[in-house]
Ligand binder design. Sequence first.
Ligand code: SAH
Length: 495
Amino acid sequence: MTKPKNKGNKTTGKKQNRFDNQKGKQHRQQGSPKNVKSKGKPNTNGKQQRGKKSVTENVTCTGLTPEGKGIVEWEGKELEVENLLPGETAEVLISRKGRFTNTELKHVMTPSEDRVNSPSWYYYERGGCQIHHMSNEAQTRFKQKTIDKLMKTFGKPEPIITMDHPYDYRNKNTMTFGLNKKREIICGLYAPNTHRIIPMDGSLIHDPKADEIIQTIKGMMKSFKMQPYNEDTGRGFLRHVLVRVGKNSGEIMVVLVAASPMFKGKNNFVKALRNSHPEITTILLNVNNRSDSMVLGNQEKVLFGKGSITDTLCGMRFEISAKSFYQINPIQTEKLYTKAIKMAELTGEETVIDAYCGIGTIGLVASEQAGKVIGVELNKGAVRDAIRNSKRNGVKNARFYQGDAGEFMVQMAARGEHADVVILDPPRSGSDEAFLSSVVKLQPKRVVYVSCNPETQARDMKYLVKNGYKVKEIQPVDMFPQTAHVETVALLELK
Ligand code: SAH
């Protein structure tokens, strides 16, 4: 069946995004074998095949892993194949090296109705978008199913809150710079688990203005004799460019991440960049001479503007510096926070703990409806930002403390303190027993658990359920469309 051209409508599941008329377009119609050839997958390209046992097999995809990879059965084993959808039959190169089996999708014979992009488009655009080859409807189904399955023991989760335009949403956008084999300057994202740069002129989920600025910088480098940094030789200058955008305020921060503080011709560079993009409100130089995968180093110098941007979220103003943690999808964050605070059922009297509070966003938004808010966060800079944000917004009933959330709660419990509601939003690894056991001692009426990793969330909820709490509601929110990640907020009440 030939599908109508991309209209982004519900029945076809076709998408509409700013790349529709670009490089990927020729690959967007389904079914043509030459369009669905993938090449150069990181761990299985031609060269690396030597010395390995490899076979090409026809397989059928029977399901999806929680990471959005296709599951196929081969020789009695379940294998994972990137970019394959349930029901599709495909030719897959399977190669074994020692205990490891790698797979590479070669050709999809019967594309699924849910497929919207071919692997070559995927390859071009894969940076972090593990499931952008699925229609938006299929993504929603996939995420709902993943959460329903994980949370099965607690009850039926609500339908996932989706995003109307599930593209261009990131307010924090980074690209890495390097040279290709022809020694031309490239920028893009690392291929998964490697430091090999996939050249890209944009991403489906990046802010379009941010991508435009990054391309301008790439175009300026030659005339300014600015070399990209080479990780192998340690030579060169520019490592990454990070662009943070205040989606509501319109303020834009550009961070040039360099290997050294010696920035020759910086005034002219800044002038030229501002000429091309007068919308930029601040430019910084960040010096990173580390060899790990961290984008930002510790040294920072403001080259233009105030060195930070502000943005509004749920009616409050937040100052964001280059290093601050700030939710990357503000449209969905507002929906998430609104839901979390509604679950807390605040009447203006309650003592609310905002644990793992980052720069204080949830607690400050909740403060209007609470008696008092106590925030705790490990990162010193974030706590400083939270205190500043509280002053900036004239909040008088919130206090923020630096420390481990678990230890903080243990001390609170030991002092016999009281809390009515605990909101927690831990990192991907989830919370810990010190924290959860102290929650059980403090006996708050309600626990609102926000999580970017439903697996650890389910684990922690199990502990609370064993110790006197009941799960009342589970709400998934699609904070990261085109990727396999899901955010969930759950309400637990004391039995
Ligand atoms: N609630 C915030 C931040 C959530 S991200 C928001 O919505 O923006 C999780 C936060 O937990 C990060 O800021 C991280 O620094 C913090 N964190 C990680 N481990 C911690 C610990 N052991 N104790 C307290 N905070 C921790």
